[in-house]
Design a protein around this ligand. Structure first.
Ligand code: FAD
Length: 293
């Protein structure tokens, strides 16, 4: 199934949905337990699930193999794909591999700049995600294409306006929908969608929600993504840690994600994309508190 068709249909019917993001373990010995996690999360009836792609394509085969395994479980997967280290031949291989597995869904990304080599070495003909969107749209017209979006601008961008313009260009180039980077204030999403509509970008924009699971993982994610967190939330999590340790942080993180999800859906978000961090229990708790979608 093309995810874009399913997203459009649910958006038009105003029937919200969950989508779930997983990152494949590098160690294949961990795949059975990873696939168990995926199996458990079928209970959320996600509209689709997405599978991340290692920096620089380092886990490309893992993404391909696990995307195929997830498709066999009767779920609709979307493989992430980045420009870093990619050329047209390797992209064709990857996309043909997806097609052979019956998957026609890709999230077209630039990828993070490598820290271990000059940027000029990392990119060939595909410099920005928009180049990948154009390539997939031209050579794989049967594919549904998602792209990233940043309610709080991407850390490298010089301004809010230029970052939004860059995302509008990805949509104009053929992307069917966008999934946002994590953020914690639902009003940022509302303002972002309004700004994108004003630029003529009408594609659905799915908000990405990260349930905070621990202070350590939160700090790592904020460092890697360059995202902001409202001071009040951070202080609440620190206070939870001081009073009740790791378990209290996890509970506060779930409570916040439930509230954020409710508010996003009330504000008209078509659905919510959960960054699962491969943790089934946390996502199932959120779904049970929100109720069925
Ligand atoms: P782009 O859209 O190309 O934007 C990158 C920067 O360039 C931005 O500052 C933008 O404003 C600017 N820009 C874009 N187009 C132009 C242009 N034409 N001219 C000038 N400037 C331009 N990374 C992974 O390695 N693997 C993953 O699986 C992965 N999954 C992700 C999933 C989601 C939902 C999100 C939001 C991010 C994900 N990332 C992943 C991280 C992503 O690769 C990084 O944020 C990366 O730094 C930017 O990728 P992008 O696709 O947003 O880039």
């Amino acid at each position: 199934m093309r995810i874009s068709d399913a997203v459009n249909e649910r958006t038009q019917r105003k029937q919200p949905f969950y989508s779930l993001e997983f990152f494949p373990p590098k160690d294949r010995a961990l795949w059975p337990s990873f696939l168990d996690t995926v199996e458990q999360l079928k209970a959320m009836t996600p509209l689709f699930v997405s599978v991340t792609y290692g920096a620089g394509g380092s886990t490309r085969d893992n993404t391909l193999d696990l995307t195929a395994a997830i498709a066999q479980k009767g779920l609709t997967p979307m493989a992430h794909l980045t420009c870093v280290g990619a050329d047209a031949a390797s992209l064709r291989d990857f996309l043909n591999g997806l097609r052979a597995a019956g998957v026609h869904n890709v999230l077209a990304l630039r990828g993070d700049l490598p820290k271990d080599r000059p940027v000029s070495d990392a990119f060939g003909e595909f410099v920005h995600a928009v180049d990948l969107v154009r390539f997939v749209r031209r050579e794989f017209p049967d594919f549904s294409i998602g792209v990233s979006a940043y309610p709080h601008p991407h850390p490298e961008s010089p301004s809010f306006a230029s970052d939004r313009q860059a995302t509008a260009e990805k949509i104009a180039a053929g992307a069917d929908f966008a999934v946002t980077q994590l953020f914690f204030d639902h009003r940022e999403y509302v303002a972002y969608v309004e700004a994108m509509r004003a630029l003529g970008a009408t594609a659905p924009i799915l908000p990405g929600v990260l349930p905070v699971q621990s202070l350590e993982s939160l700090k790592r994610i904020l460092f890697l993504s360059g995202c902001n967190i409202p001071a009040k939330l951070f202080l609440t999590l620190e206070e939870a840690h001081a009073k009740g340790g790791a378990e209290a942080v996890r509970e506060a993180g779930i409570a916040f994600a439930v509230e954020q999800t409710r508010r996003l859906l009330e504000c008209g978000a078509p659905g919510v994309h959960l960054y699962t961090l491969n943790k089934a229990d946390v996502c199932l708790r959120i779904a049970s508190e929100i109720g069925p979608l």
